[in-house]
Design a protein around this ligand. Structure first.
Ligand code: NDP
Length: 332
């Protein structure tokens, strides 16, 4: 029995890669304890890299990308899962070093899966996906470091992107005041509908200044951008507050007078990695997603897609042109 998958191949002579929907069979799938009938996957920045030339993430071709998926267990040699269970997977280099969710079936290690919490179906789990799961990990890290509603605004950078959109909706639902930084002014209404009370233009935060500190403005920050923006934001953080750094859409270097926010304002820079989270933290984060994320706002950020849309969408997300979350129905 064959089924559909988005397969990325590499031409050994030219070194060029190409992605297209193809038929594969269960015997092609990698080793693992659990075979899942995939229902939905999503498009994240890393998927854009893996659909294209790989960016150093793909270990072996041919490759099936898709860094997250949700579906129903078909077979399991691990006693924690039985056929019919609904599961979700993010991280563990699935879709990079291991074949991922852009197929109607996937096989993975039981340790990498999480049972779907009550309140989420497989489609909603993927509307959240790796981006939303990371947004929740960032919120949990900020709360662990003392963030509470009722203080100055929480800044969210890369606001119209996947992580930013889910972060804004969840923070607003939890009672935080949210300021959203975007380079796309036309997304202002969308960001306000998600719950942002203030829109900050990207260019207001990307100029590198020589000032060691600026006026305190933000009680917390979820930063998807890094680069010059993170250098500026650190100088505007309230005394003792934290920045959860999740991504580097704006560049890997942090620029500016960097040490002052740490030694004169006790600012914390918290690195968030969604890939290697231990099981208990993953379970807690998914339960919080089911509990805290307003589902009607989640629906407003979703753009549906099929396997054959993925080559184009992979290019779009690398150009920063995707708004909200793309949910891939692998059976459509
Ligand atoms: P998206 O592409 O959906 O969003 C990124 C957003 O960043 C864009 O929508 C844009 O927002 C902004 N942006 C893009 N380019 C620039 C630029 N040059 N300068 C400033 N801002 C820019 O990606 P995701 O939200 O899915 O992921 C964001 C980042 O987080 C990526 O780097 C990704 O690899 C990383 N990531 C990390 C994870 C982890 O575990 N730490 C997990 C998931 C993602 P706007 O148009 O509003 O300005």
């Amino acid at each position: 029995m064959t089924f559909n998958a988005l397969v990325v191949k590499k031409d050994e002579d030219s070194g060029k890669t190409s992605a297209a929907v193809a038929q594969i069979s269960e015997s092609d799938l990698p080793d693992g304890d659990v075979t899942v009938a995939v229902e939905y996957s999503t498009v994240n920045y890393k998927d854009g890299l893996c659909i294209g030339p790989g960016g150093g993430l793909v270990r072996k071709y041919p490759h099936v990308p898709g860094i997250d998926f949700a579906g129903t267990v078909e077979t399991s040699s691990d006693e924690r899962y039985k056929p019919g269970d609904k599961v979700v997977l993010t991280g563990w280099r699935v879709g990079e070093a291991h074949w991922g969710g852009y197929a109607q079936k996937a096989r993975a290690r039981a340790d990498w899966l999480v049972p779907l919490p009550g309140g989420l179906d497989t489609r909603r789990a993927m509307a959240v996906g790796t981006a939303g799961f990371t947004a929740m990990l960032a919120i949990m890290a900020l709360e662990d470091h003392g963030l509470k509603p009722g203080s100055a605004p929480v800044l969210v950078t890369g606001a119209a992107g996947g992580v930013g959109s889910v972060a804004i909706a969840t923070l607003a639902q939890l009672g935080y005041e949210v300021a959203a930084v975007t380079g796309r002014p036309e997304t202002g209404d969308y960001l306000k509908d998600l719950g942002a009370s203030q829109i900050v233009a990207r260019e207001d935060l990307t100029e590198v200044t020589r000032k060691p500190l600026e006026a305190e403005q933000w009680s917390g920050c979820i930063d998807a951008v890094a680069g010059a923006m993170l250098g500026r934001v650190l100088k505007q953080m309230h005394y003792g507050s934290s920045v959860a750094a999740i991504g580097l859409a704006g560049g890997a270097a942090i620029e500016g007078a960097l040490i002052t926010p740490f030694i004169l304002r006790g600012v914390n820079l918290l690195g968030i990695d969604s890939v290697m989270q231990p099981y208990a933290r993953r379970l807690e984060a998914w339960k919080r997603v089911a509990q805290d994320l307003p589902m009607e706002k989640l629906e407003a950020m979703v753009q549906p897609a099929t396997l054959s849309d993925l080559p184009d969408l992979g290019r779009d997300i690398l150009k920063g042109q995707v708004k909200g979350r793309i949910v891939v129905d692998v059976n459509a």
